[in-house]
Design a binder for this molecule. Structure first.
Ligand code: NDP
Length: 481
């Protein structure tokens, strides 16, 4: 064997030149299909589990109503007039825990919304945090492994958890939010949802804008402290699921106000933060939020499996007027979600009632496959071009084209500003004294389970973002940094 010990390879033995940066066109992306290492890694990751959801969740139906005129930014028809209502299905989830784990675990919460629009389904597949741990999809399978179970002990493992994070300083912003009390929301009703990535909107004149989404809870933010979360996990592991179901059943319908931040395209070239870096927010003082509408959840699913278990969201389900940015994490997700659904639910998962486009008849040339339970296109032609009146593409729905230039390579993000400024601002400027005390206590109680050298490495990162933040953690852990 010519293999050097410890040499990273692809699944068929080919060498890997870089395992931190996806292949992009230019340093800011987009990510290229020719990154076979990335595709292999994500596709294999999606097939790690037998087809059962790896997160548990509660979903609910309802509607979205437009409350402000935003037609100068998007031509999406479901956002085209004040008062317009669109049916939605929302699904909230924890991320790392298996089915049966407690709702009150410290974890980001998934916040996914499917809009059944007259131009096809639009999915906004976000979290309750405005940022994420990593910014390149090549790191995603590794990151999730560290949040799951140790391959030897089958236990959650603080060494794996903090080893990866302490070697990945870009995670610090998300870690700071996760270990604040926002990491243990009291209920799904009491948390915000964020699109997290930057998306692109374009209007009737094909003028484009960069957009961030914020769903603000109308019930108010309300979180468990660590001690409260530990208590509720023991007495009611289904606390958030129960809360949502009961609230809707009683007619106490939860709602969220959707706000956006809008950035003119040219600003992104010189803005002090990389707008395609999902570990960064746009400070509100730079780009104030503006209201779009309200989401109200007024219907519990009548069958959990049929709707909540089988619903399949994809960040790639867009409608004209809304599309992707070249955020590398988003680009990876455009592939990974649909791939996961094809594996878990089969290639015809789009025909399941909860997933089917409700306001549009789906027509194309895809046929056959497992569980094809509609008429499979009947006797209509199954190829295009054809002279038998089959469905035709509509050029009017094309996204405005854009220029891409740059080297094709595995490239770092260019970020003249570091990864420490925004988490530091959160600690110093946004959090109250009580928030900071709880944050430090939450981190110390978890990080103290990792090896000393990992504790020290992580504490140094906290120190780098804010000396007081780092020092309080070092003191709590009784270590010198
Ligand atoms: P602002 O003061 O304008 O906004 C602060 C934001 O922080 C508010 O949206 C608030 O959400 C949110 N927030 C309050 N407490 C916490 C907490 N414990 N954990 C996470 N978020 C919290 O400041 P900037 O826009 O300049 O942002 C400063 C920092 O705030 C950022 O570095 C980021 O860490 C955090 N943040 C910023 C967001 C943004 O989009 N700009 C969004 C969320 C967080 P709410 O109003 O719902 O209470």
């Amino acid at each position: 064997m010519s293999n050097k010990k410890n040499k990273l390879t692809k699944n068929f033995g080919g060498s890997v030149d870089n395992d931190q940066n996806s292949v992009t066109a230019g340093s800011r992306g987009p990510v290229l299909m020719q990154d076979v290492h990335l595709i292999e890694k994500l596709a294999h990751f999606n097939r790690e589990r037998i087809p059962e959801r790896v997160v548990h969740a509660k979903g609910a139906g309802g509607y979205f109503e437009v409350t402000k005129d935003i037609t100068k930014y998007t031509k999406a028809k479901f956002l085209s007039e004040i008062g317009k209502k669109t049916e939605v299905f929302a699904r909230f989830s924890t991320v790392g825990g298996e089915k049966g784990s407690a709702d009150a675990e410290r974890d980001p919460r998934g916040f996914a919304v499917k809009f059944y629009t007259e131009e096809g389904n639009y999915d906004l597949v976000g979290n309750n945090t405005p940022v994420f741990f990593i910014r390149d999809p090549l790191k995603f399978p590794d990151f999730i492994h560290t949040q799951k179970r140790n391959p030897e002990t089958n236990l959650k493992d603080a060494n794996m958890f903090w080893d990866f994070l302490s070697l990945t300083p870009e995670s610090l912003h998300q870690v700071t939010i996760l270990f604040s009390d926002r990491g243990t929301p009291r209920a799904f009703r009491n948390m915000n949802g964020y699109g997290s990535h930057t998306f692109k909107w374009y209007n009737q004149d094909n003028e484009s804008f960069w957009i961030k989404y914020h769903f603000k809870t109308d019930q108010g933010i309300d979180n468990f402290t660590r001690q409260e979360a530990d208590q509720i996990k023991a007495v009611d592991p289904d606390s958030a699921t129960r809360d949502l179901f009961n609230a809707i059943k009683k007619g106490n319908y939860p709602s969220w106000t959707l706000q956006i931040q809008v950035m003119p395209m040219k600003d992104a070239e010189t803005y002090r933060f990389d707008v395609f870096d999902v570990t960064k927010v746009w400070p509100h003082s730079d780009y104030p939020v503006m209201e779009v509408g309200k989401m109200v959840l007024n219907r519990n699913p009548s069958n959990y499996f049929a709707e909540v278990e089988q619903v399949a969201f994809s960040p790639g389900n867009f409608v004209p007027g809304i599309t992707a940015s070249s955020d590398k994490m988003l680009q990876g997700r455009l592939f990974a979600y649909q791939d996961a659904h094809r594996y878990r639910l089969g290639p015809n998962y789009h025909l399941l009632p909860v997933n089917r486009a409700k306001a549009v008849t789906t027509m194309n040339y895809q046929r056959d496959g497992n569980m094809r339970f509609d008429s499979n296109g009947g006797s209509a032609p199954n190829y295009y071009l054809n002279s038998f009146g089959g469905p035709e593409p509509d050029i009017q729905t094309a996204e405005p084209s854009y220029e891409v230039s740059g080297k094709v390579a595995r490239q770092h993000y260019i970020h003249p500003n570091d990864d420490f400024l925004q988490p530091g601002n959160l600690y110093r400027k946004v959090m109250t004294d009580q928030d900071r005390t709880n944050l430090v206590g939450n981190i110390v109680s978890h990080l103290s389970n990792a090896k000393k050298e990992i504790q020290i490495r992580q504490a140094k990162i906290f120190y780098k973002t804010d000396t007081e933040y780092g020092q309080r953690i070092a003191d709590g852990l009784n270590i010198n940094i």
